[in-house]
Design a protein around this ligand. Structure first.
Ligand SMILES: CCCCCCCCCCC/C=C/C(=O)SCCNC(=O)CCNC(=O)[C@H](O)C(C)(C)COP(=O)(O)OP(=O)(O)OC[C@H]1O[C@@H](n2cnc3c(N)ncnc32)[C@H](O)[C@@H]1OP(=O)(O)O
Ligand SMILES: NC(=O)C1=CN([C@@H]2O[C@H](COP(=O)(O)OP(=O)(O)OC[C@H]3O[C@@H](n4cnc5c(N)ncnc54)[C@H](OP(=O)(O)O)[C@@H]3O)[C@@H](O)[C@H]2O)C=CC1
Length: 353
């Protein structure tokens, strides 16, 4: 017997709506896809692995049959790191369903590694997956008006904590590379870009619990912090187009088979429990509930927000990683400072001019 699918939201709430869910065949994305279908939404699931996508779509299309001849779940192979594949995803969605109402940027991930061992290729793979991929998805669901004008931008540290309308690409560079560089804004290149610009929509992005840094996941922590800021920037920049954009940040503790398989140690998630005030792991349905709420009219006045879903773990302690005992960071104190400023005979050192 198939497992139950439900929602606290009203059945039929999303009737006639169309969503794109990246990574929608597995784990958290699969739960989001199922809840959206339960609520009446048609869903495009997008990821790299064709077999997992088509198996999931076939099963869900059996379970949620369409009233007309069009399947309610459309699988589209798409690597969000690849601009042309993201464009193709938007094109296929519009061909099949004729509209896009919701975008859920759930696809992403990383490999655990000490920062000192991350190769440039590995760093880039994770940044491109989580930050650039999210950016491409947002941009291709939106008419990128500034792409018409071109230009050169230099990174300057600014008041970026409140977001920076029209400058999201500057912040992306700042957050990722911490270097000054110039880049041309992207050019508009597809007629399919324009749907959300004209019709409004809602975007939800999944980030992670990186608020205290993310030991062994520095590449992904930096990328997710970038997405948090991108969310703020776009909420201001795109508000007048009727686009709301929010993020959710699951704690490092949402058990799914695929997530567990990525880390080798089947007990890794269980080990986090003592550091979670809720004293249990979260589950994909708890993430989906928040995502569906944020897409729904109940969140009509919420945009630019990142909602933590972590049983208060982010307020408690860094999960999964113990700092070993060491004495490499001696304390600063006024006493030590004074001693360092005395000669051998105890007299104050003369100031050098
Ligand atoms: C043991 C202590 C652990 C402490 C910390 C544990 C924290 C646990 C957190 C638990 C919470 C869960 C959070 C989640 O996000 S669950 C989601 C899990 N799913 C995924 O992450 C799936 C998506 N991930 C990936 O596909 C990959 O990680 C990646 C983003 C890197 C993309 O892979 P892809 O195969 O497409 O990339 P490339 O072939 O282009 O490879 C690029 C280079 O990346 C480096 N690399 C890749 N994998 C590893 C690895 N396992 N270890 C080290 N380096 C890796 C490598 O340089 C690749 O280039 P080469 O192959 O040429 O060497
Ligand atoms: N589980 C947890 O505790 C936490 C999860 N998260 C985040 O939540 C999201 C879902 O994770 P979860 O369900 O647990 O794990 P999964 O491994 O099941 O989900 C990752 C999904 O992303 C897809 N994906 C990865 N890279 C790409 C890419 N380049 N293009 C398109 N799709 C891609 C994968 O499909 P495919 O391989 O076929 O491309 C897969 O379906 C991820 O972003 C994850 O990092 C954040 C914090 C904690």
């Amino acid at each position: 017997m198939s497992s139950p699918i439900s929602s606290v939201l009203r059945k039929g709430l999303f009737q006639g709506k169309v969503a794109i869910v990246t990574g929608g065949a597995t784990g958290i994305g699969s739960a989001i896809t199922k809840e959206l279908l339960f609520l009446g939404c048609d869903v495009v699931i997008a990821a790299r692995k064709a077999d997992r996508l088509s198996t999931a779509a076939a099963e869900l299309n059996r379970r949620f049959p369409a009233e007309n001849k069009k399947d309610r779940v459309l699988p589209v192979v798409c690597n969000i790191r690849k601009e042309d594949e993201v464009k193709h995803l938007m094109q296929r969605t519009l061909e099949h369903f004729g509209k896009i109402d919701y975008l859920v940027n759930n696809g992403g991930g990383q490999f655990p590694s000490p920062a000192s061992d991350i190769s440039l290729k590995g760093w880039n793979a994770v940044i491109e997956t989580n930050l650039t991929g999210t950016f491409l998805m947002c941009r291709e669901a939106y008419a990128s008006w500034f792409g018409e004008h071109g230009g050169a931008i230099v990174n300057i540290i600014a008041d970026f904590f409140k977001g920076f309308p029209f400058m999201s690409y500057v912040l992306r560079c700042f957050l990722v590379t911490y270097s000054a560089l110039a880049m041309a804004p992207p050019k508009r290149s597809s007629p399919y870009h324009a749907y959300m610009k004209d019709h409004g929509g809602a975007i939800v992005t999944i980030v992670t619990d990186m608020w205290k840094g993310w030991a062994m996941m520095s590449h992904s922590g930096a990328a997710r912090a970038g997405v948090d800021n991108l969310t703020k920037s776009l909420s201001i920049e795109w508000a007048n187009h009727g686009i709301r954009i929010n993020a959710v940040a699951p704690g490092s503790s949402i058990f799914s088979e695929t997530a567990a398989a990525n880390y080798g140690d089947p007990q890794l998630f269980q080990k986090a429990i003592p550091r979670i005030p809720a004293k249990r792991l979260g589950n994909p349905e708890e993430i989906s509930a928040t995502v569906c709420f944020l897409l729904s009219p109940a969140a009509a006045f919420i945009t630019g927000e990142t909602v933590k879903i972590d049983g208060a773990a982010s307020l408690y302690a860094q999960s999964h990683w113990e700092v070993p005992d060491h004495n490499k960071m001696p304390a600063y104190s006024w006493k030590n400072e004074e001693e360092a400023n005395r000669d051998d005979d105890g007299a104050p050192k003369k100031a050098k001019i």
